[in-house]
Design a protein around this ligand. Sequence first.
Ligand SMILES: C[S@@+](CC[C@H](N)C(=O)[O-])C[C@H]1O[C@@H](n2cnc3c(N)ncnc32)[C@H](O)[C@@H]1O
Length: 288
Amino acid sequence: MDGPPEPELVRIRDVIYQTAGIFHPDNKLRLLQDRCGRRMKELKVQTLREYSECLTIRPTRQAELIALLNEITIGETSFFRNQPQLDALRRIVIPKILEAKSNLPLRRLRIWSAGCSTGEEPYTLRMLMLEELNVQLKDWSTEILATDLNERSLAHAEEAVYGSYSTRNLTPSYRNKYFIPQGDKLQVNALARSNISFSRLNLSDDSRMTFMKSMDAIFCCNVLIYFDLASKRRVIQHFFNNLLPHGYLFLGHSESLFGVNDDFRLVHLPGATAYVKGERTPAGGKSL
Ligand SMILES: C[S@@+](CC[C@H](N)C(=O)[O-])C[C@H]1O[C@@H](n2cnc3c(N)ncnc32)[C@H](O)[C@@H]1O
């Protein structure tokens, strides 16, 4: 972008940041302008100034903000996106959680997919739980909460129909057990769609975040990359409060809490990492 950014665009950037924690640095302002352009075309609005008023002054500003956030948020995802992380969940983390809860009367696992996009991540988690139903999870119930800011992505998740890009990592066994062909696409079957609830949740909404209590595991993968340090810290603090004492936090493959939060402890799993609540270790990590 040549020259200083337009003040109206900077104002829109601030509104998005204050609402959703997503920060557009100067070199991403062109992208933001393009996304605003799509909404302006839809609304038949000519100038950024007028559009900024649609987001801040007009009675429909709340709905317009949601529509803009639907344009801005990037939902790249797929089934079985991070296999080593999923293997570690199944082989190491679930047994640890079950052991920690073994004396409790309520035999229930609660897993939260925070920033679930179009649903591939929570459905993958559900399929893994189903695979363990007659093994580790005999007599246990599982509940998966899947949330995202983007309501279009959530509608896609509820519909649960996916093309070849999303389903490219599925093994024939998972494909046969948990999907129904829909033309050249695949739909997740009723079994794999059970015990998952999808809802719109903004991770920057402090009041809603305090209600996501008693989680055994939280997956927030490839979401916080769009946040600046201050908003990341707030979200991570909520995750800390929302996890049970034995709970695990999983981030994306290239993400870490280094410099973000000192309350979580990094644990090394085979081919993956996770965070647990606990005392800090001088080396900053401990192998399980
Ligand atoms: C790249 S996708 C990640 C999907 C999935 N977790 C994965 O790793 O495959 C990032 C998702 O984060 C969501 N997101 C971004 N900001 C958010 C916010 N403030 N609150 C909730 N979700 C947000 C986006 O809508 C998008 O669906």
